[in-house]
Design a protein around this ligand. Structure first.
Ligand code: ISL
Length: 577
Protein backbone atom coordinates (compact mmCIF):
# COMPACT_ATOMS: atom_id res chain seq x y z
CA UNK A 1 0.00 0.00 0.00
CA UNK A 2 1.37 3.44 -0.88
CA UNK A 3 0.48 5.64 2.06
CA UNK A 4 1.97 8.93 0.75
CA UNK A 5 -0.25 8.61 -2.34
CA UNK A 6 -3.25 7.92 -0.17
CA UNK A 7 -2.61 10.83 2.15
CA UNK A 8 -2.25 13.11 -0.83
CA UNK A 9 -5.56 11.97 -2.32
CA UNK A 10 -7.34 12.33 1.00
CA UNK A 11 -6.04 15.83 1.65
CA UNK A 12 -7.14 17.02 -1.81
CA UNK A 13 -10.55 15.57 -1.22
CA UNK A 14 -10.86 17.03 2.24
CA UNK A 15 -10.06 20.47 0.84
CA UNK A 16 -12.62 19.86 -1.87
CA UNK A 17 -15.25 18.81 0.72
CA UNK A 18 -14.56 21.91 2.79
CA UNK A 19 -15.17 24.06 -0.31
CA UNK A 20 -18.45 22.30 -0.96
CA UNK A 21 -19.78 22.90 2.56
CA UNK A 22 -19.20 26.68 2.18
CA UNK A 23 -21.91 26.86 -0.49
CA UNK A 24 -25.45 27.67 0.66
CA UNK A 25 -27.42 24.47 1.23
CA UNK A 26 -29.75 23.59 -1.63
CA UNK A 27 -33.48 23.17 -0.94
CA UNK A 28 -34.08 19.48 -0.19
CA UNK A 29 -35.92 17.80 -3.07
CA UNK A 30 -37.35 15.17 -0.77
CA UNK A 31 -40.20 15.23 1.70
CA UNK A 32 -38.80 14.65 5.19
CA UNK A 33 -40.85 12.33 7.40
CA UNK A 34 -39.95 10.93 10.81
CA UNK A 35 -40.99 7.43 9.81
CA UNK A 36 -38.64 7.56 6.84
CA UNK A 37 -35.72 8.77 8.93
CA UNK A 38 -36.35 6.46 11.86
CA UNK A 39 -34.55 3.18 12.46
CA UNK A 40 -36.74 0.39 13.79
CA UNK A 41 -35.52 -2.17 16.29
CA UNK A 42 -37.74 -5.26 16.25
CA UNK A 43 -38.15 -7.17 19.50
CA UNK A 44 -39.64 -10.64 19.78
CA UNK A 45 -40.99 -10.12 23.30
CA UNK A 46 -41.00 -13.80 24.23
CA UNK A 47 -37.26 -13.93 23.77
CA UNK A 48 -35.86 -10.58 24.88
CA UNK A 49 -35.72 -10.57 28.67
CA UNK A 50 -37.62 -12.56 31.28
CA UNK A 51 -38.13 -10.61 34.51
CA UNK A 52 -40.04 -13.19 36.56
CA UNK A 53 -38.28 -16.50 35.95
CA UNK A 54 -41.03 -18.28 34.01
CA UNK A 55 -38.74 -18.73 31.02
CA UNK A 56 -40.73 -16.34 28.83
CA UNK A 57 -39.66 -12.79 28.06
CA UNK A 58 -42.04 -10.07 29.23
CA UNK A 59 -42.77 -6.35 29.28
CA UNK A 60 -40.99 -5.73 32.59
CA UNK A 61 -37.97 -7.39 31.01
CA UNK A 62 -38.15 -4.87 28.19
CA UNK A 63 -38.51 -2.06 30.73
CA UNK A 64 -35.27 -3.27 32.39
CA UNK A 65 -33.52 -3.02 29.04
CA UNK A 66 -34.80 0.36 27.85
CA UNK A 67 -31.45 2.03 28.43
CA UNK A 68 -29.80 -0.63 26.32
CA UNK A 69 -32.30 -0.05 23.51
CA UNK A 70 -31.69 3.68 23.73
CA UNK A 71 -27.94 3.10 23.65
CA UNK A 72 -28.34 1.54 20.20
CA UNK A 73 -29.47 4.89 18.84
CA UNK A 74 -32.59 3.44 17.24
CA UNK A 75 -35.70 5.55 17.34
CA UNK A 76 -38.58 3.09 17.04
CA UNK A 77 -39.37 -0.27 18.55
CA UNK A 78 -41.73 -2.80 16.96
CA UNK A 79 -42.89 -5.53 19.29
CA UNK A 80 -44.45 -8.70 17.95
CA UNK A 81 -48.00 -9.16 19.33
CA UNK A 82 -48.44 -8.75 23.06
CA UNK A 83 -52.22 -9.19 23.27
CA UNK A 84 -53.98 -12.01 25.09
CA UNK A 85 -53.45 -15.19 23.16
CA UNK A 86 -53.49 -18.95 23.61
CA UNK A 87 -50.12 -18.84 21.83
CA UNK A 88 -50.65 -21.41 19.14
CA UNK A 89 -48.64 -19.06 16.93
CA UNK A 90 -46.86 -17.11 19.69
CA UNK A 91 -49.28 -14.22 19.92
CA UNK A 92 -50.37 -14.16 16.26
CA UNK A 93 -53.60 -15.79 17.41
CA UNK A 94 -55.33 -13.10 19.44
CA UNK A 95 -58.17 -13.81 21.84
CA UNK A 96 -58.56 -10.27 23.23
CA UNK A 97 -57.34 -7.19 21.36
CA UNK A 98 -57.59 -4.87 24.37
CA UNK A 99 -55.60 -6.82 26.94
CA UNK A 100 -52.01 -7.90 27.46
CA UNK A 101 -51.00 -11.57 27.36
CA UNK A 102 -50.69 -12.91 30.92
CA UNK A 103 -47.17 -14.21 30.34
CA UNK A 104 -46.09 -10.73 29.20
CA UNK A 105 -47.57 -8.72 32.10
CA UNK A 106 -50.35 -6.22 32.61
CA UNK A 107 -51.72 -3.07 31.02
CA UNK A 108 -49.89 -1.10 33.74
CA UNK A 109 -46.64 -2.67 32.58
CA UNK A 110 -47.50 -1.70 29.02
CA UNK A 111 -48.20 1.92 30.01
CA UNK A 112 -44.92 2.08 31.91
CA UNK A 113 -43.00 0.57 29.01
CA UNK A 114 -44.53 2.99 26.51
CA UNK A 115 -43.85 5.99 28.77
CA UNK A 116 -40.27 4.75 29.25
CA UNK A 117 -39.76 4.59 25.49
CA UNK A 118 -41.25 8.01 24.92
CA UNK A 119 -39.07 9.53 27.68
CA UNK A 120 -36.10 8.23 25.75
CA UNK A 121 -37.31 9.59 22.43
CA UNK A 122 -38.23 6.15 21.13
CA UNK A 123 -41.48 5.61 19.26
CA UNK A 124 -43.52 2.44 19.53
CA UNK A 125 -44.98 0.29 16.74
CA UNK A 126 -47.82 -2.06 17.58
CA UNK A 127 -48.38 -5.31 15.68
CA UNK A 128 -52.00 -5.54 14.44
CA UNK A 129 -53.10 -9.06 13.56
CA UNK A 130 -56.51 -8.83 11.93
CA UNK A 131 -56.51 -11.11 8.94
CA UNK A 132 -57.53 -13.66 11.55
CA UNK A 133 -58.14 -13.96 15.27
CA UNK A 134 -57.72 -16.87 17.63
CA UNK A 135 -60.44 -19.51 17.66
CA UNK A 136 -60.62 -18.68 21.38
CA UNK A 137 -61.71 -15.11 20.68
CA UNK A 138 -65.26 -14.43 21.91
CA UNK A 139 -66.24 -13.41 18.36
CA UNK A 140 -65.32 -16.84 17.03
CA UNK A 141 -66.94 -18.69 19.93
CA UNK A 142 -70.17 -16.84 19.18
CA UNK A 143 -69.79 -17.19 15.43
CA UNK A 144 -69.28 -20.92 15.69
CA UNK A 145 -72.16 -21.53 18.06
CA UNK A 146 -75.02 -21.31 15.53
CA UNK A 147 -75.76 -20.23 11.99
CA UNK A 148 -77.98 -17.38 13.14
CA UNK A 149 -75.71 -15.98 15.82
CA UNK A 150 -75.13 -12.20 15.29
CA UNK A 151 -71.39 -12.90 15.07
CA UNK A 152 -71.76 -15.57 12.39
CA UNK A 153 -70.62 -13.24 9.61
CA UNK A 154 -67.51 -12.15 11.48
CA UNK A 155 -65.79 -15.13 9.84
CA UNK A 156 -65.97 -16.98 6.50
CA UNK A 157 -68.35 -19.93 6.70
CA UNK A 158 -69.27 -22.35 3.92
CA UNK A 159 -72.44 -24.38 4.62
CA UNK A 160 -71.97 -28.02 3.66
CA UNK A 161 -75.24 -28.19 1.66
CA UNK A 162 -73.40 -26.11 -0.98
CA UNK A 163 -71.04 -29.05 -1.38
CA UNK A 164 -67.35 -29.07 -0.60
CA UNK A 165 -65.77 -25.63 -0.91
CA UNK A 166 -63.09 -25.12 -3.57
CA UNK A 167 -59.59 -25.89 -2.37
CA UNK A 168 -57.78 -23.20 -0.47
CA UNK A 169 -54.16 -23.65 0.57
CA UNK A 170 -53.11 -22.98 4.16
CA UNK A 171 -49.73 -21.77 5.41
CA UNK A 172 -49.67 -23.73 8.65
CA UNK A 173 -52.29 -26.48 8.40
CA UNK A 174 -50.94 -29.98 8.91
CA UNK A 175 -52.76 -31.10 5.76
CA UNK A 176 -52.22 -27.86 3.90
CA UNK A 177 -55.96 -27.17 3.75
CA UNK A 178 -57.51 -23.85 4.69
CA UNK A 179 -61.13 -25.03 5.05
CA UNK A 180 -61.97 -26.80 8.30
CA UNK A 181 -65.21 -28.72 8.62
CA UNK A 182 -67.07 -28.00 11.86
CA UNK A 183 -69.89 -30.44 12.65
CA UNK A 184 -71.51 -28.10 15.20
CA UNK A 185 -73.14 -26.12 12.39
CA UNK A 186 -72.34 -28.50 9.56
CA UNK A 187 -70.17 -25.89 7.83
CA UNK A 188 -66.57 -25.20 6.94
CA UNK A 189 -64.62 -22.16 8.14
CA UNK A 190 -61.61 -20.59 6.46
CA UNK A 191 -58.15 -20.39 8.01
CA UNK A 192 -55.25 -19.31 5.81
CA UNK A 193 -52.94 -19.96 8.76
CA UNK A 194 -53.36 -22.59 11.51
CA UNK A 195 -56.70 -24.20 12.22
CA UNK A 196 -56.78 -22.15 15.45
CA UNK A 197 -56.50 -18.91 13.41
CA UNK A 198 -59.86 -18.44 11.62
CA UNK A 199 -59.91 -15.65 9.02
CA UNK A 200 -62.00 -12.60 9.85
CA UNK A 201 -64.58 -11.55 7.29
CA UNK A 202 -63.62 -8.03 6.28
CA UNK A 203 -66.64 -7.79 3.98
CA UNK A 204 -68.66 -7.33 7.13
CA UNK A 205 -68.64 -3.60 8.05
CA UNK A 206 -69.00 -4.54 11.72
CA UNK A 207 -65.69 -6.39 11.60
CA UNK A 208 -63.97 -3.39 10.08
CA UNK A 209 -65.44 -1.10 12.70
CA UNK A 210 -64.25 -3.44 15.47
CA UNK A 211 -60.72 -3.34 14.05
CA UNK A 212 -60.67 0.44 13.66
CA UNK A 213 -61.92 0.80 17.23
CA UNK A 214 -59.14 -1.46 18.46
CA UNK A 215 -56.58 0.63 16.57
CA UNK A 216 -58.03 3.83 18.03
CA UNK A 217 -57.85 2.31 21.50
CA UNK A 218 -54.07 1.83 21.11
CA UNK A 219 -53.55 5.12 19.30
CA UNK A 220 -55.27 6.88 22.23
CA UNK A 221 -52.80 5.13 24.51
CA UNK A 222 -50.04 6.75 22.51
CA UNK A 223 -48.64 4.14 20.16
CA UNK A 224 -46.91 5.72 17.17
CA UNK A 225 -47.26 3.13 14.44
CA UNK A 226 -48.98 -0.04 13.33
CA UNK A 227 -47.52 -3.05 11.58
CA UNK A 228 -50.41 -4.75 9.79
CA UNK A 229 -49.84 -8.48 9.85
CA UNK A 230 -50.56 -10.45 6.67
CA UNK A 231 -52.72 -7.53 5.65
CA UNK A 232 -52.58 -8.04 1.92
CA UNK A 233 -54.76 -11.13 2.45
CA UNK A 234 -57.72 -9.55 4.25
CA UNK A 235 -59.86 -8.89 1.19
CA UNK A 236 -61.20 -12.09 -0.36
CA UNK A 237 -63.38 -12.97 -3.28
CA UNK A 238 -66.10 -14.46 -1.11
CA UNK A 239 -67.54 -16.56 -3.91
CA UNK A 240 -64.43 -18.68 -3.33
CA UNK A 241 -64.26 -19.63 -6.98
CA UNK A 242 -61.89 -22.33 -8.14
CA UNK A 243 -58.26 -21.22 -8.45
CA UNK A 244 -55.86 -22.51 -11.13
CA UNK A 245 -53.86 -25.59 -10.30
CA UNK A 246 -50.59 -24.80 -8.53
CA UNK A 247 -51.84 -21.39 -7.38
CA UNK A 248 -50.16 -21.96 -4.04
CA UNK A 249 -46.78 -21.47 -5.73
CA UNK A 250 -47.66 -17.82 -6.23
CA UNK A 251 -49.73 -17.24 -3.16
CA UNK A 252 -49.44 -13.46 -3.03
CA UNK A 253 -50.88 -13.21 -6.51
CA UNK A 254 -53.97 -15.25 -5.59
CA UNK A 255 -54.45 -14.35 -1.95
CA UNK A 256 -52.98 -10.86 -1.94
CA UNK A 257 -54.54 -7.53 -2.91
CA UNK A 258 -58.15 -8.74 -2.98
CA UNK A 259 -60.91 -6.74 -4.65
CA UNK A 260 -61.81 -4.49 -1.70
CA UNK A 261 -58.45 -4.01 -0.05
CA UNK A 262 -58.02 -0.39 -1.10
CA UNK A 263 -61.51 0.48 0.09
CA UNK A 264 -60.77 -0.99 3.51
CA UNK A 265 -57.50 0.89 3.72
CA UNK A 266 -59.15 4.21 2.87
CA UNK A 267 -61.64 3.64 5.65
CA UNK A 268 -58.77 2.85 8.00
CA UNK A 269 -56.97 5.97 6.87
CA UNK A 270 -60.02 8.17 7.39
CA UNK A 271 -60.93 6.73 10.75
CA UNK A 272 -57.53 6.06 12.28
CA UNK A 273 -54.33 6.88 10.41
CA UNK A 274 -55.25 10.44 9.46
CA UNK A 275 -56.49 11.20 12.98
CA UNK A 276 -53.22 10.59 14.85
CA UNK A 277 -49.50 11.18 14.29
CA UNK A 278 -48.97 7.55 13.40
CA UNK A 279 -47.74 5.53 10.46
CA UNK A 280 -48.78 2.12 9.23
CA UNK A 281 -46.75 -0.50 7.43
CA UNK A 282 -48.28 -3.51 5.75
CA UNK A 283 -46.68 -6.89 5.80
CA UNK A 284 -46.66 -7.86 2.16
CA UNK A 285 -47.17 -5.67 -0.87
CA UNK A 286 -48.85 -7.86 -3.47
CA UNK A 287 -46.88 -9.38 -6.27
CA UNK A 288 -45.95 -6.45 -8.53
CA UNK A 289 -44.45 -2.96 -8.15
CA UNK A 290 -47.87 -1.57 -9.14
CA UNK A 291 -49.49 -3.43 -6.26
CA UNK A 292 -46.98 -2.00 -3.84
CA UNK A 293 -47.32 1.53 -5.26
CA UNK A 294 -51.08 1.33 -4.95
CA UNK A 295 -50.63 0.83 -1.20
CA UNK A 296 -48.06 3.45 -0.34
CA UNK A 297 -47.88 6.25 -2.89
CA UNK A 298 -48.27 9.63 -1.28
CA UNK A 299 -51.51 10.51 -3.06
CA UNK A 300 -53.21 7.23 -2.14
CA UNK A 301 -54.11 8.09 1.46
CA UNK A 302 -53.76 4.43 2.42
CA UNK A 303 -50.47 3.34 4.04
CA UNK A 304 -47.14 5.02 4.60
CA UNK A 305 -44.87 2.04 4.05
CA UNK A 306 -44.86 -1.57 2.92
CA UNK A 307 -42.54 -4.46 3.06
CA UNK A 308 -42.24 -6.78 0.14
CA UNK A 309 -41.05 -10.36 0.28
CA UNK A 310 -38.85 -10.53 -2.78
CA UNK A 311 -35.72 -9.47 -0.94
CA UNK A 312 -36.13 -11.92 1.88
CA UNK A 313 -37.10 -14.61 -0.64
CA UNK A 314 -33.53 -14.54 -1.96
CA UNK A 315 -31.43 -17.22 -0.27
CA UNK A 316 -34.46 -18.91 1.27
CA UNK A 317 -33.27 -22.43 0.59
CA UNK A 318 -30.20 -24.55 1.08
CA UNK A 319 -29.10 -23.54 -2.43
CA UNK A 320 -28.30 -20.11 -0.96
CA UNK A 321 -28.02 -17.18 -3.39
CA UNK A 322 -25.85 -15.30 -5.83
CA UNK A 323 -24.89 -11.69 -5.36
CA UNK A 324 -26.31 -10.80 -8.79
CA UNK A 325 -29.69 -12.12 -7.74
CA UNK A 326 -29.58 -10.27 -4.41
CA UNK A 327 -28.41 -6.96 -5.88
CA UNK A 328 -30.85 -7.27 -8.79
CA UNK A 329 -33.88 -7.48 -6.52
CA UNK A 330 -32.85 -4.64 -4.21
CA UNK A 331 -31.91 -2.44 -7.14
CA UNK A 332 -35.15 -3.05 -9.01
CA UNK A 333 -37.24 -2.24 -5.96
CA UNK A 334 -35.19 0.84 -5.23
CA UNK A 335 -35.58 2.23 -8.72
CA UNK A 336 -39.30 1.43 -8.80
CA UNK A 337 -39.73 3.53 -5.63
CA UNK A 338 -37.23 6.28 -6.35
CA UNK A 339 -39.91 8.86 -7.12
CA UNK A 340 -42.84 7.93 -4.94
CA UNK A 341 -43.84 5.50 -2.21
CA UNK A 342 -41.68 4.20 0.61
CA UNK A 343 -40.47 0.73 1.60
CA UNK A 344 -38.69 -0.94 4.46
CA UNK A 345 -35.26 -2.57 4.35
CA UNK A 346 -34.56 -5.70 6.35
CA UNK A 347 -32.65 -8.95 6.17
CA UNK A 348 -34.30 -10.80 9.04
CA UNK A 349 -37.31 -10.89 11.27
CA UNK A 350 -39.16 -13.39 13.49
CA UNK A 351 -40.17 -15.48 10.44
CA UNK A 352 -36.64 -15.89 9.16
CA UNK A 353 -33.30 -17.48 9.98
CA UNK A 354 -30.65 -15.25 11.54
CA UNK A 355 -29.30 -12.62 9.14
CA UNK A 356 -25.65 -13.63 9.45
CA UNK A 357 -26.42 -17.32 8.94
CA UNK A 358 -28.54 -16.65 5.86
CA UNK A 359 -26.73 -13.82 4.09
CA UNK A 360 -23.29 -13.75 5.70
CA UNK A 361 -20.99 -16.40 7.09
CA UNK A 362 -21.58 -17.62 10.62
CA UNK A 363 -18.29 -19.52 10.93
CA UNK A 364 -16.12 -18.22 13.81
CA UNK A 365 -13.68 -16.73 11.29
CA UNK A 366 -16.13 -14.51 9.43
CA UNK A 367 -19.19 -14.18 11.63
CA UNK A 368 -18.45 -10.79 13.16
CA UNK A 369 -17.04 -9.19 10.05
CA UNK A 370 -19.82 -10.37 7.77
CA UNK A 371 -22.42 -9.29 10.31
CA UNK A 372 -20.97 -5.78 10.31
CA UNK A 373 -21.03 -5.78 6.50
CA UNK A 374 -24.72 -6.76 6.44
CA UNK A 375 -25.63 -4.07 8.95
CA UNK A 376 -23.78 -1.58 6.75
CA UNK A 377 -26.01 -2.67 3.87
CA UNK A 378 -29.28 -2.31 5.77
CA UNK A 379 -28.30 1.05 7.22
CA UNK A 380 -27.07 2.59 4.00
CA UNK A 381 -29.97 1.70 1.69
CA UNK A 382 -33.03 3.81 0.90
CA UNK A 383 -36.08 2.74 2.94
CA UNK A 384 -36.73 2.48 6.66
CA UNK A 385 -34.31 -0.03 8.21
CA UNK A 386 -35.77 -2.79 10.39
CA UNK A 387 -33.08 -4.27 12.64
CA UNK A 388 -33.97 -7.49 14.40
CA UNK A 389 -32.95 -7.98 18.05
CA UNK A 390 -29.68 -9.88 18.38
CA UNK A 391 -28.54 -8.97 14.87
CA UNK A 392 -26.64 -6.06 16.41
CA UNK A 393 -24.51 -8.78 18.09
CA UNK A 394 -24.26 -11.22 15.21
CA UNK A 395 -26.45 -13.88 16.84
CA UNK A 396 -26.60 -17.02 14.69
CA UNK A 397 -28.96 -19.85 13.78
CA UNK A 398 -29.37 -22.58 16.36
CA UNK A 399 -28.52 -26.10 15.28
CA UNK A 400 -31.61 -28.24 16.03
CA UNK A 401 -31.55 -31.75 14.65
CA UNK A 402 -34.70 -33.32 16.09
CA UNK A 403 -38.28 -32.18 15.52
CA UNK A 404 -38.88 -32.34 19.31
CA UNK A 405 -36.62 -29.33 19.74
CA UNK A 406 -38.81 -27.07 17.59
CA UNK A 407 -41.64 -24.99 19.02
CA UNK A 408 -42.98 -23.19 15.96
CA UNK A 409 -46.41 -24.25 14.69
CA UNK A 410 -45.13 -23.85 11.12
CA UNK A 411 -42.32 -26.33 11.79
CA UNK A 412 -44.44 -28.84 13.71
CA UNK A 413 -47.34 -28.89 11.27
CA UNK A 414 -44.99 -28.73 8.30
CA UNK A 415 -43.32 -31.86 9.63
CA UNK A 416 -46.65 -33.70 9.94
CA UNK A 417 -47.62 -32.67 6.43
CA UNK A 418 -44.28 -33.77 4.96
CA UNK A 419 -44.55 -37.11 6.77
CA UNK A 420 -48.06 -37.76 5.48
CA UNK A 421 -46.99 -36.87 1.94
CA UNK A 422 -44.11 -39.34 2.15
CA UNK A 423 -41.50 -36.62 1.66
CA UNK A 424 -37.79 -37.29 2.14
CA UNK A 425 -37.58 -36.45 5.84
CA UNK A 426 -33.79 -36.05 5.86
CA UNK A 427 -34.11 -33.31 3.27
CA UNK A 428 -36.99 -31.79 5.19
CA UNK A 429 -35.02 -31.69 8.44
CA UNK A 430 -31.98 -30.21 6.74
CA UNK A 431 -34.04 -27.44 5.21
CA UNK A 432 -35.79 -26.82 8.54
CA UNK A 433 -32.47 -26.65 10.34
CA UNK A 434 -31.50 -23.75 8.08
CA UNK A 435 -34.82 -21.99 7.46
CA UNK A 436 -36.89 -22.56 10.60
CA UNK A 437 -38.42 -19.51 12.23
CA UNK A 438 -37.20 -20.81 15.60
CA UNK A 439 -33.65 -19.90 14.48
CA UNK A 440 -34.55 -16.27 14.82
CA UNK A 441 -36.46 -16.66 18.07
CA UNK A 442 -33.84 -17.98 20.51
CA UNK A 443 -33.34 -15.89 23.65
CA UNK A 444 -31.35 -12.68 23.54
CA UNK A 445 -27.75 -13.21 24.62
CA UNK A 446 -27.08 -10.66 27.33
CA UNK A 447 -24.06 -12.11 29.15
CA UNK A 448 -22.09 -15.28 29.88
CA UNK A 449 -24.10 -16.30 32.98
CA UNK A 450 -26.70 -19.08 33.04
CA UNK A 451 -29.18 -18.84 30.14
CA UNK A 452 -27.24 -15.92 28.74
CA UNK A 453 -28.80 -13.68 31.40
CA UNK A 454 -32.16 -14.03 29.64
CA UNK A 455 -34.01 -15.90 32.41
CA UNK A 456 -33.54 -17.52 35.82
CA UNK A 457 -35.99 -20.24 34.82
CA UNK A 458 -36.04 -22.68 31.94
CA UNK A 459 -36.15 -20.68 28.68
CA UNK A 460 -39.14 -21.51 26.46
CA UNK A 461 -36.70 -22.08 23.57
CA UNK A 462 -33.08 -23.06 24.20
CA UNK A 463 -30.40 -20.40 24.33
CA UNK A 464 -27.83 -20.76 21.56
CA UNK A 465 -24.72 -22.47 22.96
CA UNK A 466 -22.49 -19.78 21.54
CA UNK A 467 -23.76 -17.28 24.13
CA UNK A 468 -20.50 -17.35 26.07
CA UNK A 469 -18.76 -15.83 23.04
CA UNK A 470 -21.60 -13.77 21.59
CA UNK A 471 -23.28 -11.56 24.16
CA UNK A 472 -23.94 -7.92 25.01
CA UNK A 473 -21.62 -7.83 28.02
CA UNK A 474 -18.55 -8.91 26.09
CA UNK A 475 -19.35 -6.67 23.17
CA UNK A 476 -19.88 -3.60 25.35
CA UNK A 477 -16.22 -3.83 26.39
CA UNK A 478 -14.85 -4.24 22.89
CA UNK A 479 -14.66 -1.09 20.79
CA UNK A 480 -14.51 -3.18 17.62
CA UNK A 481 -17.45 -5.45 18.46
CA UNK A 482 -20.47 -5.95 16.21
CA UNK A 483 -22.52 -4.06 18.78
CA UNK A 484 -20.32 -0.97 18.76
CA UNK A 485 -20.04 -1.08 14.99
CA UNK A 486 -23.83 -1.22 14.77
CA UNK A 487 -24.07 1.85 17.03
CA UNK A 488 -21.57 3.74 14.85
CA UNK A 489 -23.52 2.81 11.72
CA UNK A 490 -26.83 3.92 13.27
CA UNK A 491 -25.25 7.24 14.26
CA UNK A 492 -23.90 7.72 10.77
CA UNK A 493 -27.30 7.21 9.17
CA UNK A 494 -28.98 9.51 11.67
CA UNK A 495 -26.44 12.26 10.98
CA UNK A 496 -26.60 12.02 7.19
CA UNK A 497 -29.89 12.44 5.32
CA UNK A 498 -28.07 11.29 2.18
CA UNK A 499 -28.21 7.73 3.55
CA UNK A 500 -31.97 8.03 3.97
CA UNK A 501 -33.05 10.10 0.98
CA UNK A 502 -30.14 10.03 -1.44
CA UNK A 503 -30.48 8.59 -4.95
CA UNK A 504 -29.05 5.13 -5.37
CA UNK A 505 -26.94 3.96 -8.29
CA UNK A 506 -25.19 0.63 -8.68
CA UNK A 507 -21.56 0.37 -9.73
CA UNK A 508 -20.25 -2.97 -11.07
CA UNK A 509 -23.77 -4.33 -11.78
CA UNK A 510 -22.47 -7.80 -12.58
CA UNK A 511 -19.75 -8.28 -9.98
CA UNK A 512 -20.20 -11.56 -8.10
CA UNK A 513 -18.35 -10.51 -4.93
CA UNK A 514 -18.68 -6.79 -4.51
CA UNK A 515 -21.94 -4.91 -4.13
CA UNK A 516 -21.14 -1.25 -4.66
CA UNK A 517 -23.44 1.70 -5.03
CA UNK A 518 -23.48 5.43 -4.69
CA UNK A 519 -25.98 7.58 -2.86
CA UNK A 520 -26.30 11.20 -3.84
CA UNK A 521 -28.21 14.12 -2.48
CA UNK A 522 -27.78 17.64 -3.84
CA UNK A 523 -24.04 18.22 -4.12
CA UNK A 524 -23.10 15.39 -1.82
CA UNK A 525 -22.15 11.89 -2.94
CA UNK A 526 -21.01 8.79 -1.09
CA UNK A 527 -19.96 5.35 -2.17
CA UNK A 528 -20.90 2.15 -0.33
CA UNK A 529 -18.65 -0.84 -1.01
CA UNK A 530 -19.55 -4.25 0.34
CA UNK A 531 -17.55 -7.41 -0.21
CA UNK A 532 -20.15 -10.16 0.10
CA UNK A 533 -17.54 -12.92 -0.01
CA UNK A 534 -14.94 -14.59 2.18
CA UNK A 535 -12.22 -13.91 -0.40
CA UNK A 536 -10.20 -10.73 -0.80
CA UNK A 537 -10.95 -8.94 -4.05
CA UNK A 538 -9.59 -6.00 -6.01
CA UNK A 539 -11.97 -3.68 -7.83
CA UNK A 540 -11.06 -0.77 -10.06
CA UNK A 541 -13.14 2.24 -9.23
CA UNK A 542 -14.46 4.23 -12.19
CA UNK A 543 -12.34 7.29 -13.06
CA UNK A 544 -14.98 9.71 -11.83
CA UNK A 545 -15.16 8.03 -8.41
CA UNK A 546 -12.45 9.58 -6.27
CA UNK A 547 -12.61 8.27 -2.77
CA UNK A 548 -12.56 10.94 -0.09
CA UNK A 549 -13.19 10.89 3.61
CA UNK A 550 -13.98 7.41 4.88
CA UNK A 551 -17.13 7.49 6.98
CA UNK A 552 -17.04 3.94 8.23
CA UNK A 553 -14.98 0.80 7.61
CA UNK A 554 -15.19 -2.59 9.28
CA UNK A 555 -11.40 -3.06 8.88
CA UNK A 556 -8.61 -0.80 10.08
CA UNK A 557 -7.35 0.44 6.73
CA UNK A 558 -8.42 1.11 3.16
CA UNK A 559 -6.05 -0.39 0.58
CA UNK A 560 -6.35 2.00 -2.30
CA UNK A 561 -3.74 2.26 -5.01
CA UNK A 562 -4.77 4.76 -7.65
CA UNK A 563 -8.25 3.54 -8.55
CA UNK A 564 -7.55 -0.04 -7.49
CA UNK A 565 -9.24 -0.89 -4.25
CA UNK A 566 -8.21 -4.08 -2.53
CA UNK A 567 -11.03 -5.29 -0.32
CA UNK A 568 -10.65 -7.77 2.53
CA UNK A 569 -13.18 -10.60 3.06
CA UNK A 570 -16.57 -9.08 3.93
CA UNK A 571 -15.07 -5.60 4.07
CA UNK A 572 -17.55 -2.74 4.03
CA UNK A 573 -16.63 0.87 3.46
CA UNK A 574 -18.64 4.04 3.12
CA UNK A 575 -16.72 7.03 1.84
CA UNK A 576 -17.44 10.43 0.40
CA UNK A 577 -16.68 10.81 -3.27
O1 ISL B 1 -43.52 -17.24 8.13
C1 ISL B 1 -43.90 -17.56 7.02
C2 ISL B 1 -43.58 -18.87 6.50
O2 ISL B 1 -43.03 -19.69 7.49
C3 ISL B 1 -44.63 -16.59 6.18
O3 ISL B 1 -45.21 -17.14 5.09
C4 ISL B 1 -45.67 -15.90 7.08
O4 ISL B 1 -46.62 -16.82 7.48
C5 ISL B 1 -46.37 -14.79 6.38
O5 ISL B 1 -45.39 -13.92 6.00
C6 ISL B 1 -47.33 -14.09 7.35
O6 ISL B 1 -46.67 -13.83 8.52
C7 ISL B 1 -47.30 -13.17 9.58
O7 ISL B 1 -48.53 -13.79 9.94
C8 ISL B 1 -48.45 -15.09 10.47
C9 ISL B 1 -47.44 -15.19 11.61
O8 ISL B 1 -47.22 -16.52 11.96
C10 ISL B 1 -46.12 -14.57 11.23
O9 ISL B 1 -45.24 -14.61 12.33
C11 ISL B 1 -46.40 -13.16 10.80
O10 ISL B 1 -45.23 -12.44 10.51
C12 ISL B 1 -49.82 -15.42 10.97
O11 ISL B 1 -50.26 -14.39 11.81
Amino acid sequence: MKWPVLILIFSFLLIDCAKKTEQPPAEPDYEPKWWKEGIIYQIYPRSFKDSDGDGVGDLRGIIEKLDYIQSLGVDMVWLNPIYQSPNVDNGYDISDYRNIMDEFGTMEDFDEMLAGMHERGIRFVMDVVVNHSSNKHEWFKQSRSSRDNPYRDYYHWWPSEKGEPNYRWSFFDDKGEAWKYDSLTDSYYLHYFAVEQPDLNWENPKVRQEVFDVMKFWAEKGVDGFRLDAFQYVSKDTTFAELPEGFENNINKYYGMGPNLHGYLREMYDQVLSQYDVFAVSEGAGSTFEDAHSLVDSDRDELQMAYHFEGIGVGSSLDRYTLSEFRGIYSQWDSAFAEDGWLSIFLANHDQPRMVSKYGDDSPEFRAISNKMLNTFILSMRGTPYCYYGDELGMTNIDFDSIDQYQDVAALNGYKKAMSEGADMDDFMQELNFMSRDNGRTPMQWDATKNAGFSDGVPWLPVNENYTEINVDLQEEDKESCLNYFRRMVKLRKANPILVYGDYKVIFPKHEQVYAFTRSLGEQQVIVLLNFSSEPVTVTLPDNVLMGEVWINNYKGVKLDGQALNMEPYQSIIAEI
